[in-house]
Design a protein around this ligand. Sequence first.
Ligand SMILES: Cc1ncc(COP(=O)(O)O)c(C=O)c1O
Length: 388
Amino acid sequence: MAEKEGIEKLIRADLAGFGGYSAATSPETLEGKVDVPVESIIKLDANENPYGCSPGVNRALAAYPHFNIYPDDGQTRIRKLLAGYCGIDAKHIVAAGGSNQLIDLILRLFLNRGDEVAVFAPYFWEYRFYVSNHGGVLREFPSDERFYPDLEALEARLSPRTKAVIINSPNNPTGAMYPKGLLRGLGQVLQKKEAQFGHPIFLVSDEPYRKLVFDGLECPPVFHNHPRTIMVTSHSKDLAIPGERIGYIAVHPICDGVEELVDALGHCNRTLGFVNAPALMQRVVAALQGVSVDPMEYQKRRDFLYGHLVGMGYSVVKPQGAFYMFPKAPIEDDVAFCAELARHRVLTVPGRGFGSPGYFRLAYCVEERTLEGSLAGFRAAARRFGLG
Ligand SMILES: Cc1ncc(COP(=O)(O)O)c(C=O)c1O
């Protein structure tokens, strides 16, 4: 025991506080721990495509001839192809192992101990880890009733220690997609604050769900609103290959020092020791820009679940993209409410896991019959807490 305590002391205090990573509960880990058959559990707490990856991925994999060579650390081919797709120069693009790694790299580059990064609640909780990895402080700002960032609060409370603001649209956990006017307003606030503080503030736009939008809408581009914008994306969701760890960033071409910045990001990537974005996946996704799993499949599920939940009396903002919904819990205690749903075999995630207690997140990227099976649980919980 004494030895264990000694070892624990070696862990950096800011990391020790986080505890272990717990992925959404997998059916295998429930085996033997629940008194119903594992197959009957309705998992709306994960975020994977139920039908597998985009078929183009399998074709590109079958044709891949280069297992015997190291990846090109200049990422020449993928950057060129991405450049064609994004309409910006290859030298403003860096690929790496998914959005998470890219956000970590960006913060690695900019944060000194005590520097701040602003986010709008509810937000993807893992941002906390990447900010804390580099001694930064995450500052939460509110969103309005549609889950759009509250720009007045941002303008009033942004501190001179702020190095970056992270946004995510379409959003996990709400499915909200930020309109053009809001992005314009955000750019204006950031530029006003830059002038006031006398240093740049980066807008980091995390966009893994950009291609998963509904109702014939398009996700407005983030560039044009703020010169110091870095767009981060990955193929975990649009090609449904989250296990393969591939994504890229594009830095706004008019950002001061854009080439130095991109070089520094590439250098940071190398010095991690992981060498590069996976070679195989560089080739696979380069051939699949513009391709996506079918967002209509998710739209169909959104319509089904939204209609039923609203009919039962739940208060829900209709999502415009991604594959999440963030209803209000009918009682204040979102953890207790999710526990009640779990008693009916429906697994969801409490809103406080995204910085917004009083709500719960469900992911409707599941088979349709799973969603149908969830309704009885939602109905029973609604009745228990007097909705409808
Ligand atoms: C908002 C958001 N950002 C980043 C990620 C991580 O993406 P990646 O698999 O590309 O690291 C996720 C995954 O669920 C997410 O929802």
